[in-house]
Design a binder for this molecule. Structure first.
Ligand SMILES: Cc1cc2nc3c(=O)[nH]c(=O)nc-3n(C[C@H](O)[C@H](O)[C@H](O)COP(=O)(O)OP(=O)(O)OC[C@H]3O[C@@H](n4cnc5c(N)ncnc54)[C@H](O)[C@@H]3O)c2cc1C
Length: 404
């Protein structure tokens, strides 16, 4: 069996490695000619994502590229502690890690290449057809490739998703735009590796001191209408600096100072989410990762879910007799888990974009709700998730189970 994998972000190389471990050949096709997509932005790879990489023996390079971030302290507009989210696996064996998105891309791609997996850069998929006994992929350079199945790992604005279901809704804009930066020389009140996230009066701010003394920060700003394509790219770092300093001027904490002294401010992007996509697969084509179910960056889970998807899809293809049977079993297994996480992040986004009345309510409700969300069953299920690679996947494994 040969799989055509579209996209060399996080899901793509992870899927290729997991398929190889399952005895299935694949080739990865990436639109960009170089692998530097996402330079600047950082993210958290959850303990569940590291665990999923460990299942395919590929966790070490990603772990080495980041630093441990076991906790997030949440703070209200007035500086009141709202609670702490623990982001390590409940048994303490694996801590979540913070790393630059480009370093995570590089870590998974280089590990896949080291294992002999073919990754072709500069190959943008524009069309694909299920021919009944195989699948034909067509690229922007006019070339074609044939395989037994096609896996769309092509992210939020997926082409494969539209080929599977031309009527599929576009990802929903969350009402927020996000950007970040890196600052040296400003002392902060948080331990190395621990995030502090503040529901500011006019925008949301998070920061984490890295082991080398730099402080990594991000901001989420309410922005009612979805920015037009190119609109945010036209705003320079210095314009963002003065806008953010003004937005955070009245908040407690070091937000304004961190922005003012920042050595680097990344470009801004609108935050989207994709939930309830009805068709993840059709015939011999399937989407996984952000192409199927992007949680907004708020969840801190997009990358981790992408790796989990890759490993579970390979397990389904290894164990079930037909491609469609494997896709159906995979869908039933994964859907409840990813949709729970995507919806939870959407609720937090609403609080980030709250108006004056919403802010008062949020600060009353959060101290009660957050400890339950952060340290209870939900958190245990998110960060403690483990894939049992050795157990054969049954067609009905995901039906009626509570393990998601
Ligand atoms: C600002 C920001 C902060 C984030 N923070 C976090 C966080 O803290 N934790 C977390 O887990 N996640 C976070 N995320 C989300 C995370 O980056 C994504 O969930 C993750 O990258 C999804 O992986 P993927 O492989 O599905 O898609 P992507 O990483 O988007 O990769 C898709 C790849 O497909 C390629 N491609 C697209 N179209 C085509 C085509 N037609 N043909 C060929 N190739 C194509 C793209 O070039 C890209 O390389 C954040 C995202 C952003 C933007």
């Amino acid at each position: 069996m040969k799989a055509l994998i579209i996209g060399s972000g996080i899901a793509g190389p992870s899927a290729a490695m997991a398929l190889q471990q399952a005895g299935i050949d694949s080739v990865v096709y990436e639109a960009h000619a170089s692998g530097a997509d996402g330079v600047g932005v950082f993210l958290t790879l959850g303990s569940n994502g590291i665990d999923a990489l460990r299942v395919i023996g590929a966790d070490a390079p990603a772990v080495a590229a980041g630093f441990p971030t076991p906790a997030i302290d949440m703070v209200s507009t007035t500086g009141k502690a709202l609670g702490t989210v623990h982001t390590s696996r409940p048994d303490g064996d694996i801590a979540s890690r913070t790393l630059k998105r480009a370093d995570l891309y590089r870590a998974v791609r280089d590990e896949a290449l080291r294992r002999g997996i073919r990754i072709e850069q500069g190959k943008r998929l524009v069309d694909a057809q299920d021919t009944g006994d195989g699948v034909r992929a067509v690229f922007a350079d006019g070339s074609e490739e044939f395989g037994d199945l096609l896996i769309g790992c092509d992210g939020l604005h997926s082409t494969v998703r539209k080929l599977i279901d031309p009527a599929a809704a576009a990802p929903a804009y969350s009402g927020l735009i996000g950007l970040g930066g890196y600052t040296r020389g400003v002392p902060v009140d948080s331990q190395v590796g621990s995030y502090r996230m503040v529901f500011g009066k006019r925008a949301f701010f998070g920061y984490v001191p890295a082991p080398d003394g730099e402080v990594w920060w991000f901001a989420n700003l309410p922005h009612r209408d979805e920015p037009a394509r190119g609109e945010l790219e036209g705003v320079g770092a210095e314009q963002w600096r003065s806008r953010l300093v003004e937005l955070f001027a009245e908040d407690t904490g070091p937000a304004a100072e961190l922005v003012r002294a920042s050595q680097e401010i990344t470009s801004a992007s609108p935050m989207h989410a994709m939930v309830d996509l009805p068709a993840w697969h059709r015939g011999r084509m399937i989407v996984i990762g952000d192409a199927a179910h992007a949680p907004s960056p708020t969840s801190g889970q997009g990358a981790s879910l992408s790796v989990e998807d890759a490993v579970e899809l390979a397990r389904a293809l290894r164990d079930l007799p037909t491609i469609e049977g494997a896709f159906t079993a995979y869908d039933a297994l994964r859907r409840p888990r990813v949709e729970r996480i995507v919806k939870q992040a959407a609720r937090v986004n609403n609080n980030k974009a709250a108006g004056p009345v919403g802010r008062v309510l949020r600060d009353l409700v959060m101290p009660v709700l957050l400890p339950r969300l952060a340290n209870g069953e939900q958190s245990r299920r998110t960060y403690g998730h483990h894939i049992d690679w050795t157990t054969p996947m049954a067609a009905a494994e995901g039906v009626g189970t509570a393990r998601n």
